[in-house]
Design a protein around this ligand. Structure first.
Ligand SMILES: [Zn+2]
Length: 195
């Protein structure tokens, strides 16, 4: 990454806020002190009253970052500004939230959720943000990776997980899109960081 990624001139308020809460007093050193706090949120379309610490308005994805050295927490930060940190874990959070936001759009359009709407990244994101449990994650991933056509029983379980009832992925995404449930990462899949 060259000078293009440096927010020094374009985002002075972000640089100022980060350095003020860091031990280091230069952007290049200070940015390395931060990690995702796990308190990310995706806002639905129309919830455009949120402002990044840099001053940018109309954020769709809001991130919160933490500095273990100083104990500081900073947010909300938009996905564009998150990329300036050049941090793999933060970029993975952005990718996961975008995956969930994409699925929220499917549900909002009243399209029945199916396996074809999923990807490894989306299945991992649903698990990381608590929409599905471990055995559901394992099942969906197996289904996704399988070259064989699913059995009737497997199809029925997939439907149950994805769109049947109050515990389904559809219900989860309806709640998060409406802002009735915050999107909080409840677990991290280590291999998902580099996906
Ligand atoms: Zn920003």
């Amino acid at each position: 990454m060259g000078d293009v990624m440096k927010p020094g001139r374009g985002r002075p308020a972000l640089v100022e806020a980060v350095i003020a809460l860091s031990e280091s007093d230069t952007w290049d050193e200070a940015r390395g002190e931060w990690e995702p706090s796990g308190g990310e949120h995706a806002k639905g379309v129309g919830s455009y009253d949120n402002e990044c610490v840099c001053g940018q308005k109309g954020l769709v994805y809001l991130f919160e970052i933490a500095n273990p050295l100083t104990g500081a927490v900073l947010g909300p930060i938009g996905s564009e500004c998150i990329h300036y940190f050049e941090d793999a874990a933060m970029d993975a959070s952005v990718a996961a939230l975008k995956a969930i936001w994409n699925l929220e759009q499917v549900v909002a359009a009243h399209i029945p959720l199916e396996m074809k709407h999923l990807s490894r990244l989306k299945i991992a994101a649903l698990f990381e943000y608590g929409a599905i449990e471990q055995r559901e994650y394992n099942f969906l991933l197996d289904m996704f990776n399988s070259r064989r056509a699913p059995s009737a029983k497997q199809r029925a379980w997939a439907v149950a997980i994805l769109r049947a009832g109050p515990g389904s992925v559809r219900a989860f995404l309806t709640d998060t899109a409406a802002g009735n449930r915050p999107l909080v990462r409840v677990r991290t899949i280590p291999e998902a960081v580099t996906r």
